[in-house]
Design a protein around this ligand. Structure first.
Ligand SMILES: C[S@@+](CC[C@H](N)C(=O)[O-])C[C@H]1O[C@@H](n2cnc3c(N)ncnc32)[C@H](O)[C@@H]1O
Ligand code: SF4
Length: 363
């Protein structure tokens, strides 16, 4: 049985200029057809799934209306065996959080929220093209707490042009004052096919690598002092509150992804649904495949992926799995990027900062 399920909800009320996730603006009828298709795709997999984790990502899953959620969650509950479910996460944009929606999600068994706050500085939020301000984000956080959610994660972005070290410190401090169980802090990446990428190309935006490194180090220091373990390069959690779903990805476990653009990996097979909601819905509803890419993943490639992801976590890479990259790891140790601790390789503080470079060892 496959224990991890990702569901991609591709609608956003507003498109952010830095975001490359597959998404589109929501039209009412399009959403209804999409939900029908999604439930049909779920039915197709239902006998092979007994999820321990479900993750609603996007896009903005929280942009669905109450009646759309009732249809989706009611359908999933009737089709899936959820008796083993431990973690059911939904990504929420603070602009779309409301008390009735939060209560409904809680009733249906969702028990973890990942909220895209990004910053508590209104000027930074504006330059990220966000529609919420800091006060709305705080109000949304309280709405979730009042609804009884006791596992809430906050997403933050650093390295935003114009975002000073002081602004980032204040963002970290205000996040800590709310005592979330989990925090994700991502360095801004300029993804192809985004407005920010084009601006970068035209020289209208310029990353400040030195400042970004300082912000990364400050994150580890402040969150570490507050009791959050950096259990992955970009992810921090209080004890026992690490994301089970993301940890499963990093360990290379099988998972099914439903919805447009979603990847699945089962055994040596990996495939992706088409990045087009209209085509996805129509293909699924007419009994055709929505898969537009598939590949065989050899044991060697899988081992490399597991090593690259594992290395980014505080589990590191055990010696029993590292023999193929022994020379490269010794060289990285010489450069102060990795160290040996007992029976495994771990990133150093410098290695965490340059984690993408270290990951190239395993490609
Ligand atoms: C798929 S988004 C979902 C959250 C929700 N749609 C929202 O925006 O609030 C997941 C997270 O990825 C991060 N993210 C997206 N694009 C990014 C980029 N280009 N650089 C860094 N982080 C990014 C943001 O922190 C965002 O909250
Ligand atoms: S960051 Fe979130 S709200 Fe913004 S476009 Fe991406 S998925 Fe949509």
């Amino acid at each position: 049985m496959i224990e991890h399920l990702y569901i991609h909800i591709p609608f956003c009320p507003n498109i952010c200029p830095y975001c490359a996730f597959y998404k589109e603006s929501a039209g009412r009828e399009r959403v209804e057809t999409f939900l029908d298709a999604l439930l049909l795709e779920t039915e197709h997999w239902s006998l092979r799934l007994k999820p321990k984790t479900v993750f609603f990502g996007g896009g903005t899953p929280s942009a669905l209306s109450i009646s759309q959620f009732e249809k989706l969650l009611g359908g999933l509950r009737s089709q899936l065996d959820l008796s083993n479910l431990e973690e059911w996460t939904i990504e929420m944009n603070p602009a779309t959080v409301a008390a009735d929606k939060a209560a409904l999600l809680k009733d249906f068994g969702i028990n973890r929220i990942s909220m895209g706050v990004q910053s508590w500085d209104d000027a930074v939020l504006k330059s990220l093209g966000r529609t919420h301000d800091a006060d709305k984000a705080e109000e949304s956080f309280q709405v979730l707490r009042d609804a009884g959610f006791d596992n809430v994660s906050i997403d933050l972005i650093f390295g935003v042009p114009g975002q000073s070290l002081k602004s980032w410190r204040e963002t970290l401090e205000r996040s800590l004052s709310l005592a979330p169980e989990h925090l994700s802090a991502y360095g801004l990446t300029y993804e192809e096919d985004t407005e920010f990428f084009q601006k970068l190309g035209r020289g209208e935006m310029a990353p400040d690598e030195g400042l970004e490194a300082d912000q990364f180090e400050l994150t580890a220091e402040l969150l570490g002092n507050a009791g959050y373990a950096q259990y992955e390069v970009s992810n921090y959690a209080l004890a026992g509150q690490e994301s089970i779903h993301n940890s499963a990805y990093w360990r290379g476990y099988d998972y099914i992804g439903l919805g447009p653009s979603a990847f699945s990996t089962v055994g040596s097979k990996r495939w992706r649904n088409i990045r087009d909601t209209g085509v996805y819905s129509e293909s699924t509803m007419t009994g055709r495949t929505a898969v537009d890419f598939e590949e065989e993943v050899s044991d060697r490639i899988k081992a490399g992926e597991r090593a690259a992801f594992g290395m980014r976590t505080n589990t590191g890479l055990p010696f029993s799995e590292s023999s193929s990259w022994e020379n490269e790891l010794r060289k990285a140790a010489g450069e102060g990027l990795v160290i040996v601790e007992r029976d495994r390789w771990l990133l150093t503080a410098k290695g965490r900062l340059l984690a993408d470079m270290v990951a190239e060892i395993f490609v």
